[in-house]
Every structure is written in C-alpha cells, then in structure tokens.
Ligand binder design. Structure first.
Ligand SMILES: Nc1ncnc2c1ncn2[C@@H]1O[C@H](COP(=O)(O)OP(=O)(O)OP(=O)(O)O)[C@@H](O)[C@H]1O
Length: 202
C-alpha cells in the first residue's frame, strides 16, 4: 500500500502558512523519520495525515484514492500527550475497545497491567496512559501508524522497551510507520529513511 500527502498547504486562522505545497509518501513496511525543529509544523502535518484536520490545500491518499471519512481510519495517530487523546470519563478498557478487539499479548508487550483496565485515565501516569493509546492505535484495521514524539515522557529503559514492541507489530503486520521527532538518535535507530521537513516544505 502507498500512503501519500500531496501538495499539502496549511495555515491556522489569521496565521501565516505553516505548510506550503509539501509532499510526503510512505509505503507499507517503510519506517520514515520526519524531523524538524520545534514549532515548525510537525504535529499539524500529523493531524492532517491522520484525517483530524483538513488541509487548506492538497489531499491525502491511500493507493491513489482519498481516505474514506467513515469507519476505522487506516492511518492512526499516537499523540505526544496521551491525556489529550483519551476520554476522561471512560475506564481504560473502554478506551482500548475504541480501537477494536485488543489482544492480551499486546497488553503484555506494552507492559500494561491487567488491573489498570478498570481505572480512569486520571488514575494513571502519562507513560502508562501512552501505552494504552499505542495499543488502541494498533487496532486490526490500522495500515499506517504516525507516532508524534510518543515516548518523550518515558525514561530510556521504558522508551526502548516500548519501541521494541511497536517495531515487532509493525514488522509482523507490514505497517508503514511515520516517526515524528527532533531526536536524530532515535530516528537513526528506528527508521529506514529520514525526511527533513524544512527541505520538503516549499
Ligand atoms: N490551534 C492552533 N491555532 C493557531 N496556531 C497553532 C495552533 N496549533 C499550533 N499552532 C502554531 O502552529 C505552529 C506549528 O505547530 P506544531 O504543533 O505543528 O509544531 P511542531 O513542529 O509539532 O512543534 P513541537 O516540536 O514543538 O511539538 C506553531 O507556531 C504553533 O504555535
């Protein structure tokens, strides 16, 4: 499968253009690092690619067709701040079910303890919450995964463990992965290709 953002431009109301005619493409099985300095528009691009925000110009395609707006979105975004992406009124089991049926082995791989499932988001740390948003994003219909600075709140050991588990799933299911980061070391370790947003933004 081929995932493409074509001629994407974007500006927030009353703001200047953040993205200008930029193009990006990712094939299944590729792990692409998207690197740019803070405030350059990485998270904005992530939201556009995952269908949360409509670009001012341009479109997002899978295999040459616009992505359907209904049903499970094949491109799933994991945010930097999980608390912004999780309904505070749901217990964690319901949060996970939003992504479809989840497997026990995924919970284990992400280091999620069974008794956390009956807790509310406020009863977990950000690192623990992030593990849930990763499992939710890896629901069965996901074909491409966008990880937007997802492990910045974790210590080095947990960061390595979580990335190892994500990469196992990505490889097993031949998913395409976009890793948004300003950490060159992480990108070098994980990615098969790197894109510098400053270079591709027109
Ligand atoms: N909802 C919004 N309304 C107006 N401006 C916004 C909004 N969200 C972000 N911006 C501005 O758009 C620019 C790009 O923001 P974005 O979050 O995409 O950058 P980023 O590259 O992901 O930054 P960081 O690495 O610091 O997370 C920033 O200057 C930001 O202040």
């Amino acid at each position: 499968m081929l995932f493409e953002g074509k001629n994407i431009s974007f500006s927030y109301p009353k703001g200047e253009d953040i993205l200008r005619n930029m193009n990006i493409s990712i094939e299944s099985g590729e792990r692409v690092g998207l690197i740019a300095k803070s405030g350059y528009g990485k998270s904005t691009l992530a939201k556009i690619l995952a269908g949360y925000v409509k670009p001012t110009k341009g479109e997002v395609f899978i295999d040459g067709k616009p992505i359907p707006t209904k049903g499970h979105h094949p491109v799933q975004l994991i945010y930097q701040h999980p608390e912004k992406a999780i309904n505070p009124r749901w217990r964690m089991k319901e949060v996970l079910e939003e992504g479809g049926v989840f497997q026990d082995k995924m919970l284990q791989a992400m280091g999620i303890e069974k008794h956390w499932l009956t807790r509310y988001p406020r009863e977990l740390s950000s690192g623990e919450l992030q593990r849930f948003s990763i499992v939710r994003a890896l629901g069965g219909n996901t074909k491409f995964l966008i990880a937007d600075e997802i492990t910045t709140m974790l210590d080095a050991i947990n960061q390595a463990q979580i990335w190892k588990s994500i990469l196992e799933v990505v490889e097993e299911r031949n998913l395409g992965l976009l890793v948004i980061t300003h950490n060159h070391h992480l990108a070098n370790k994980i990615c098969t290709r790197k894109i510098y947003l400053e270079e591709v933004n027109g």
